[in-house]
Design a protein around this ligand. Structure first.
Ligand code: DSN
Length: 417
């Protein structure tokens, strides 16, 4: 693979190789990242990239789509089966595009929806004022409980009954706990709202049986395909309600996108097939096991964890709690120098600006793909703690980077490349 790129465009080839080395040598702890398997990379790099196929299977605006129709239909059928839902649109290019199209299907401009505040673990598309979601619609955000830092379903119910939103958004980018979709269904029913679930972070856990199912409860579901699902970059929209199908399809094309990325659709189909295999259940369970051990170990180093722990793939660490002058940005920068790649994050009721944050978010989907297990989580916690004890000691950070590389060398990444 890549022989032609190497010959024809050595500059781009070199950059891909550098990135491969970076991925091989560092610890990928960004909770939303993963390593797509070779079969997903191969489908993504296929000749399917050459085709224009605006429209949907059997109803295209261009000729020559007999094969693409089969690819897209296969992806749709697999997505439906994987999540136990009756309808799927596999064309969205990203989670934000999927959410845009889904909102268009469920709301009119100026309608009100409820979503978790961005600084508490929601996503930009869940109502941030700098995003289309906060500009086109009226947003009534909800928050996590100040004490437990978890969703307070009674408080959300109370707020929903007052606000009477058109849509309740349930889905998070930095929430380390189980999401009870059944409780959200009850809230949506009580106030007459649609329940929209953005499962981007936990889709792989749901597919792999390591988190409660969403299908029986949601009106509309969106997810990216590249996080815990371990597929190509992209997204899908799902529903069980026939009434939404037409509006969602229209919201994607022609509402907000042109031609689908057919090579990515094929890679999504591969991802869904993989996620239906028994090994994927083992993978999903291991992600959670690893996160729990990592959380306990980080906690035992004296860091406070938001909500006190984790039920899923991610851990939100209040690095300021250590009282050693750390904040999210200082910690992220020091960890990066030590080869530990993660992101700064606000924590609920943070007093720091979003660009600084009091927290560090880490997750186990990528390291679990790489084969690391509980004993390596202890090693990761040790390296994490040592780094944050010496955040400005460049020699120490360089030494830790060497230790990180030695650890990762034991778990080869993409040996074929
Ligand atoms: N940017 C993603 C994350 O890191 O959580 C959400 O889309």
């Amino acid at each position: 693979m890549f022989d032609n790129l190497k010959k024809k465009d050595p500059a781009v080839y070199e950059l891909t190789q550098k990135e491969l080395q970076r991925q091989r040598n560092t610890l990928a702890l960004i909770a939303s990242e993963n390593y797509a398997p070779m079969e997903v990379l191969e489908a993504s790099a296929s000749v399917l990239t050459n085709k224009y196929s605006e429209g949907y299977p059997g109803k295209r605006y261009y000729a020559g789509n007999e094969v693409i129709d089969q690819v897209e239909t296969l992806a749709i059928e697999r997505a439906k089966k994987l999540f136990g839902m009756g309808y799927a649109n596999v064309q969205p290019h990203s989670g934000s595009s999927a959410n845009f199209a889904a909102y268009r299907a469920l709301m009119k401009e100026g309608d009100t929806f409820m979503g978790l505040r961005l600084d508490q673990g929601g996503h930009l598309t869940h109502g941030s004022p700098v995003n289309f979601s906060g500009q086109i619609y009226k947003v009534e955000s909800y928050a996590v409980d100040k004490e437990t830092e978890m969703l307070d379903y009674d408080a959300i119910m109370k707020q929903a009954l007052q606000v009477k939103p058109k849509v309740i958004v349930c889905g998070y980018t930095a929430y380390p706990r189980t999401v009870y979709f059944d409780k959200f269904r009850a809230i949506a029913d009580a106030c007459g709202a649609f329940l929209f679930c953005d499962i981007a972070h936990i889709a792989g856990l749901i597919a792999g049986g390591a988190h409660m199912q969403v299908g029986p409860y949601a009106d509309v579901v969106t997810t990216t395909t590249h996080k815990t699902l371990r597929g190509p970059r992209g997204a899908i929209i799902l529903s069980n309600k026939e009434e939404h199908a037409k509006a969602i399809d229209k919201g994607v094309f022609p509402g907000s996108q042109g031609g689908p990325l057919d090579h990515i659709t094929a890679a999504k189909a591969v991802c869904f097939h993989n996620a239906m295999q028994p090994e994927f259940r083992t993978y999903a369970a291991q992600i959670v096991k690893n996160a729990k051990v990592l959380a306990e170990e980080v906690q035992s180093l004296g860091f406070r964890l938001v909500s006190g722990g984790t039920d899923n793939h991610l851990i939100l660490i209040d690095v300021k709690s250590k009282g050693t002058g750390l904040n999210g940005k200082i910690a992220q920068d020091a960890l990066e120098k030590a080869g530990i790649i993660c992101n700064k994050n606000t924590i609920p009721y943070d007093t720091e600006k979003p660009f600084v944050g009091s927290g560090i978010r880490i997750g186990t989907p990528a390291v679990t793909t790489r084969g690391l297990k509980e004993s390596e989580m202890k090693e990761i916690a040790r390296l994490f703690g040592k780094t944050l004890e010496h955040p400005s000691d460049e020699a120490m950070l360089a030494k830790i980077k060497g230790e990180v590389k030695s650890l990762m060398d034991r778990f080869p990444l993409y040996p074929e490349l």
